[in-house]
Design a protein around this ligand. Structure first.
Ligand code: ZN
Length: 173
């Protein structure tokens, strides 16, 4: 982890590499002689604080099988393929809009000004639309078999996650 001071704002860079998950076998021929082929360095934005700007330096590696010459990549467990933002950023935005009722405009502004995430209104809107529209959630969820204590939160991979409390429960306790 690198830390660089910048106008009183700390830039925190975490490094992730596909090399930490070096494949043991070729997915095509199951050959075991695998080597690095090429790589790309990508910067991915993560959720910061008013004093810390967080970025991920991600090395995406393309591997080559010595036996069959296939070139392939892996899916890093923390970084979805093609991601420009860490999943936590998207989860935070979607959660604020859908669970807490904050406007997309306000959440976008907070991401930019309080969390050092450069994001446009259109992108935040896209996340919210992708993971469920406000008001639409409850009717869609009712078709599903609802687990006990289900909060209606949707995870990034599209599966439903059960939580202990149910925030939208209308029953007065
Ligand atoms: Zn192979």
């Amino acid at each position: 982890m690198e830390k660089i001071s910048q106008d009183g704002i700390e830039l925190e860079i975490r490094e992730h590499t596909d090399g930490d998950f070096f494949p043991e076998k070729c997915p095509i021929c199951e050959g075991e002689e695998i080597r690095r082929h090429t790589y790309k360095i990508r910067t991915i934005q993560d959720l910061g604080t008013p004093l810390i700007c967080r970025r991920i330096r991600y090395e995406r590696i393309y591997f080559k099988c010595k036996t069959c010459d296939s070139v392939f990549s892996i899916e890093h467990p923390l970084i979805p393929i093609g991601a420009r933002y860490m999943p936590g950023v998207i989860k935070y935005a979607v959660s604020r809009v859908l669970e807490r009722g904050d406007s997309i405009r306000r959440v976008t502004r907070d991401l930019n000004e309080l969390h050092y995430v450069k994001v446009s209104l259109a992108t935040t809107e896209k996340w919210v639309n992708k993971y469920g529209k406000k008001g639409k959630l409850s009717s869609e969820f009712s078709k599903e078999k609802t687990p006990t204590g289900f909060s209606g939160f949707i995870t990034l991979d599209g599966t439903f996650k059960s939580m202990k409390t149910k925030k939208n429960d209308r029953k007065v306790e």
